[in-house]
Design a protein around this ligand. Structure first.
Ligand SMILES: [Zn+2]
Ligand SMILES: [Zn+2]
Length: 339
């Protein structure tokens, strides 16, 4: 089988390797649609992603859906030809976090297409991969494989939204109009937020947000624009930019909530007294837990709309070009690979 492996910064090479054999509780999958994530782009650009530094070449791609090719001897619920979405999380199942339902916090988490675990697990930028059967969800009517490859980032968005107790009837600001910000926008709309603002320095992201149903957009570089934005109940920081967080904290109402979902720099200063004397609530949000099936069913039922998120589609053999395109900010929301 053919696989694209990441060797280093801007260095992705087509290689041949044997088709893996599924273990007794695993299935062999042919990924048919794979989304390129911000983290994939980071690996491609720098050769590493934050603390995750690859020790050997590996295949990226953790946002995927595909078709079952063969099943292990213990697998009863899946059969050859099933179209499945795959939850890329493989937590240990035994630690305190796993046992209390917070498996996204598992320190022994293994994840497709990530150098966060050693050995690294090849992702969907190869023609085939094996996955635990329990990670596979047969697609219900109403959701395509192309849409299903957006479920992983949708789950990241849904987990962030679920960090706060109530969304219905609230005003929301999303700082950062990239794919995660856009998906948060669609989730909070589905969950009943009454007013949604998106801030982004990028005009394309602002226009995109309006088309996605935002009530208003703000260019954070425009000081006057912030005047229209105050007393926000809940802020989602999805840009990873410290000044966006500072702006978000400023416009949060007293007693309001701020959820950090973007990857921020290791350390920077924040207005501590503002958080203290306004009794702001700060939440971290990392990957997701216990939302995959709900997210899938909400898309299938038409409650969450994923239309337009994918702006560019490339065939498997054009993966290096697809990565390069995903690096560009102009006119790109989500780049998808199809096999
Ligand atoms: Zn992702
Ligand atoms: Zn665990």
């Amino acid at each position: 089988m053919k696989t694209f492996l990441l060797y280093g910064s801007k260095d992705i090479r087509l290689t041949e390797k044997p088709i893996p054999e599924p273990g007794e509780d695993q299935v062999l999958i042919k990924p048919t649609f794979t989304g390129i994530c911000g983290s994939d782009v980071h690996y491609f650009q720098h050769g590493y992603c934050g603390n995750f530094v690859p020790k050997r070449p590996f295949a990226l791609g953790h946002e995927f859906a595909g078709i079952i090719q063969s099943v292990g001897s213990n697998v009863k619920e899946l059969k050859v030809g099933d179209e499945v979405a795959v939850d890329p999380s493989m937590p240990c199942g035994n630690c305190k976090h796993c046992r209390t339902g917070h498996y996204n916090l598992c320190l022994s988490m293994r994840y497709f297409g990530s150098a966060s675990c050693d050995p690294h697990i090849d992702g969907a930028m190869g023609q085939f991969l094996v996955a635990p059967a329990v990670n596979c969800y047969v697609l219900p009517a109403g959701i395509s494989m192309a849409q299903a490859s957006l479920l992983e980032p949708l789950c990241v968005a849904m987990h962030a939204v679920k960090r706060v107790d109530q969304i219905a009837g609230t005003s929301v600001l999303i700082t950062g109009g990239g794919p995660i910000g856009q998906l948060i926008l669609r989730v909070v709309r589905a969950f009943g937020a009454y007013q949604i603002t998106v801030s982004d320095v990028n005009e394309f992201a602002r226009e995109f947000s309006l088309k996605s149903g935002a009530d208003q957009v703000v260019n954070p570089l425009d000081e006057h624009a912030w005047k229209s934005c105050s007393n926000i109940d809940i802020v989602f920081e999805a840009s990873g930019v410290p000044s966006a967080l500072a702006n978000g904290l400023q416009v949060t109402r007293r007693g309001g909530s701020v959820v950090l979902v973007g990857t921020l720099p290791e350390s920077f200063s924040i207005p501590g007294n503002l958080i203290m004397n306004r009794e702001l609530k700060l939440y971290g949000s990392f990957r997701f837990a216990n939302v995959f099936e709900d997210a899938m069913n909400m898309v299938a039922a038409g409650i969450i709309n994923l239309d337009g998120i994918v702006t560019d589609t490339y065939s498997f053999d054009k993966i290096p070009e697809a990565m390069q395109r995903a690096l560009e900010k102009k006119g790109v929301m989500k780049v998808q690979i199809t096999l």
